[in-house]
Design a protein around this ligand. Structure first.
Ligand SMILES: [Zn+2]
Ligand SMILES: [Zn+2]
Ligand SMILES: [Zn+2]
Ligand SMILES: [Zn+2]
Length: 542
């Protein structure tokens, strides 16, 4: 199964190593048996960025969600806020955080009235520029880490960079420093690396609620950025539906907004599969300990130099975050032992991983159907997924005779293994994906045909999964809370629980087995009904 090299470069921590695979490039593997629930990777961020839309409720230094009434707003630009005096001071003192030149550039950038995704990309370029031009070993190391990420610019990236260049110069024109030089080619490289490697950080439930109320009030539906779509799944849907369904908001699937994005250079090496074996957890809203003077989201070295003695007035964060209760989402859970701070990302094994296992994370939510996943992988990440799950599900769709028929797409989605109770939502998701595909290009029909062809394993790589295994996997590791669609892993080795990485909810093995039993009964009923309705129905495929 492991065709390429079998030894590689160790990563810090002693659990993982990086190998090079002929087709995939760099891959990350376990070097020993890892038990389900074990933490395999803990890493400090290379760069954190706040979404322009949520700038007034997300700490610009550490991404903690804050109540607007309790946060420290940046007086300079009114486009950033901080959870604490410590974070404010750290931001001011660190050139690539919210330093005076960046503050002034934020204000000018906001005045340009750009779409949210372009606004966010230009902010990213500002911070990357600051790293590039700061004379310090730490800045140089961070910039080198950015440039080491996978991704080479294409013509579209170069065109975007060329369009951004004057905007960036305009943003920097009032910064009191000469606009630093950044070649279009380097900007294009940075942009594509950011797109391919940054994680979307979900808004807290409180931010989500506030923003949705505002969105409904303003009845404005901006285009979701690629990153938002990647994490959220249903672009624009919640905003469009919102005003009629206020009462059902907690029940219905919500568009998950992003408070920001984060780049972790080691985590970025973990490749995508639609059935992941590790789950990502973040702790941006974890309850601060009483005696911690600073939660500034920096690498330990700079945190100690920039923020020591600065936190005489802890504000906002503690009261705003939700105190680790499940209602605050998974980000508000307490930091696990061994995780240095709230801006570190944590990856946990979903199940046991034998030595040599390649780590796989899913770049898209687990409940997405085959078509939606294929489109997202192609359009955002630039590859066609040939993972075992996609192989299996493409065989399912192969049994459908008329693949252009919308019914068939829905059935394919149904077959994609989401629980029966999710069928309606999944239908919407596919409609959205189909709509996205339909508006994409002229070569549509061709692309759709290509997308619906059976997917086969690349030479030497793993073949399709048993349908039954796939179905069980999704039932077990996809959060059962309606509309959540998070991924669940045990919170610790040997734990009898599975903890969701989105809502923070847990369920026990017993609860899972009961759910399984209930689903079996539903399926039997559905199968019986289908058999009665038309001979040779599809229920048998499951
Ligand atoms: Zn903060
Ligand atoms: Zn500012
Ligand atoms: Zn796949
Ligand atoms: Zn959940």
């Amino acid at each position: 199964m492991l065709a390429a090299s079998t030894s590689g470069k160790p990563l810090p921590g002693g659990t993982l190593e990086v190998r090079v695979h002929a087709r995939k490039g760099r891959t990350v593997h376990t070097t020993r048996l890892v038990k389900a629930g074990e933490i395999v990777l803990v890493e400090a961020p290379t760069l954190l960025l706040v979404s322009p839309d949520l700038s007034h409720t997300t700490c610009a230094t550490c991404l903690r969600a804050v109540d607007p009434t309790a946060s420290l707003a940046c007086a300079g630009c009114q486009r950033a806020c901080f959870c604490s005096a410590a974070c404010q001071q750290a931001a001011h003192a660190t050139p690539w955080l919210h330093s005076p030149p960046i503050c002034s550039a934020y204000a000018r950038l906001a005045a340009l009235g750009l779409p949210a995704d372009e606004h966010a990309q230009l902010r990213f370029l500002l911070h990357a520029l600051a790293l590039r031009h700061t004379q310090s070993p730490e800045a140089a190391a961070r910039y080198a880490a950015l440039m080491d990420l996978v991704g080479q610019p294409g013509e579209a990236d170069r065109a975007l960079a060329a369009r951004f260049a004057p905007l960036l110069a305009e943003a920097l024109s009032g910064a009191g420093v000469p606009p630093p030089a950044l070649e279009v080619e380097e900007m294009a490289t940075l942009l594509v690396k950011e797109q391919l490697n940054s994680y979307g950080v979900l808004a807290s439930p409180q931010q989500q609620q506030r923003q949705q109320q505002q969105a409904v009030a303003a009845a404005v539906a901006g285009p979701a950025s690629a990153a938002q779509k990647a994490e959220a799944g249903t672009s624009g849907k919640a905003a469009a539906d919102g005003d009629e369904q206020d009462e059902e908001d907690e029940e219905e699937e919500e568009e998950r907004m992003l408070r920001g994005s984060a780049i972790y250079s080691q985590a970025a090496l973990i490749n995508h599969e639609c059935l992941p074996n590790v789950a990502r957890y973040d702790y941006f809203d974890c309850p601060p300990p009483h005696d911690a003077p600073s939660w500034a989201g920096l690498a330990p070295t700079s945190a100690s130099t920039c923020t020591s003695g600065a936190a005489s007035a802890p504000t906002g964060g503690a009261s705003a975050g939700g105190g680790g209760a499940p209602g605050g989402g998974a980000s508000a859970l307490p930091l696990p032992a061994g995780v240095p701070g709230p801006t570190h990302v944590v990856f946990r094994a979903v199940h046991d991983l034998p030595p040599g296992t390649e780590l796989a994370q899913s770049y898209v939510p687990l409940h997405w159907g085959l078509l939606e996943r294929q489109l997202q992988c192609r359009e955002v990440y630039g590859f066609a997924c040939t993972c075992p799950r996609c192989q299996t599900e493409s065989q399912w769709s192969d049994e459908d005779e008329d693949s252009d028929d919308e019914d068939d797409v829905e059935e394919q989605e149904e077959a994609a293994g989401a629980g029966a109770e999710d069928m309606e939502e999944d239908g919407d998701g596919v409609a959205a994906a189909a709509a996205a595909g339909a508006s994409a290009a002229d070569g549509d029909e061709l692309e759709m045909e290509e997308l619906l062809r059976p997917i086969t394993a690349p030479p030497g790589e793993e073949g399709p999964l048993e349908s039954n295994y796939l179905h069980l996997f999704l039932l077990k590791y996809m959060c059962p809370r309606r509309g959540c669609h998070g991924t669940a892993a045990p919170p610790a080795p040997g734990s009898g629980l599975l903890e969701c990485n989105v809502c923070g909810g847990s369920r026990s093995e017993q609860e899972f087995l009961r759910e399984l039993e209930r689903t079996r009964r539903e399926e039997q009923r559905a199968a019986a009904a289908a058999a009665a309705a038309r001979a040779g129905g599809r229920a048998g495929r499951r």
